[in-house]
Design a protein around this ligand. Structure first.
Ligand code: IDP
Ligand code: MG
Length: 139
């Protein structure tokens, strides 16, 4: 059964470029409701833990340094079929491959600096909401 929650981050490139408002608008226009949201930043240790699944990948160091380079916006989103519908809204990892109308097509700079994160499974959505929000189970 698919769940109704996912986790997102608006990444440092998009926050720095002033695209936060437009990205939130795209998210709510697509039917997601925002259950929790915060402007924050990741420590090196937090970024390493969040992306631990990629620790052996050649881009891991670059990814951690990018994700700690500036402010992020973290949020818990709700909608039927949230994980799959949000992955469709953000588009492919590489904006060159992302479809028209997706957030990454509109705002990502590159495959690495790609504007937004979206959980890839219901299980990871739960883990990621809990990682960023102590109140995740209350909202
Ligand atoms: P996803 O965010 O679309 O799920 P993943 O493959 O899970 O993509 O990779 C996590 C993040 O790592 C990407 O969003 C991107 O920021 C970064 N990344 C992925 N592949 C590359 C790469 O080839 N070079 C640099 N950064 C990458
Ligand atoms: Mg992923």
């Amino acid at each position: 059964m698919s769940g109704n929650r996912t986790f997102t981050m608006i990444k440092p490139d998009a926050v720095e470029a002033g695209n936060t408002g437009n990205i939130i608008q795209m998210i709510t226009d697509a039917g997601f409701s925002i259950k929790a949201m915060k402007l924050t930043n990741l420590s090196k240790e937090q970024a390493e833990e969040f992306y631990a699944v990629h620790a052996e990948r050649p881009f891991y160091g670059e990814l951690v340094s990018y994700m700690t380079s500036g402010a992020i916006v973290a949020a818990i989103l709700e909608k039927d079929n949230a994980v799959a519908d949000f992955r469709a809204l953000i588009g492919a990892t590489d904006p060159a491959e992302a479809e028209a109308g997706t957030i990454r097509k509109a705002y990502a700079e590159s495959k690495g600096r790609n504007a937004v994160h979206g959980s890839d499974s219901d299980e990871n959505a739960g883990i990621e909401c809990d990682f960023h929000f102590e109140i995740a189970e209350l909202v």
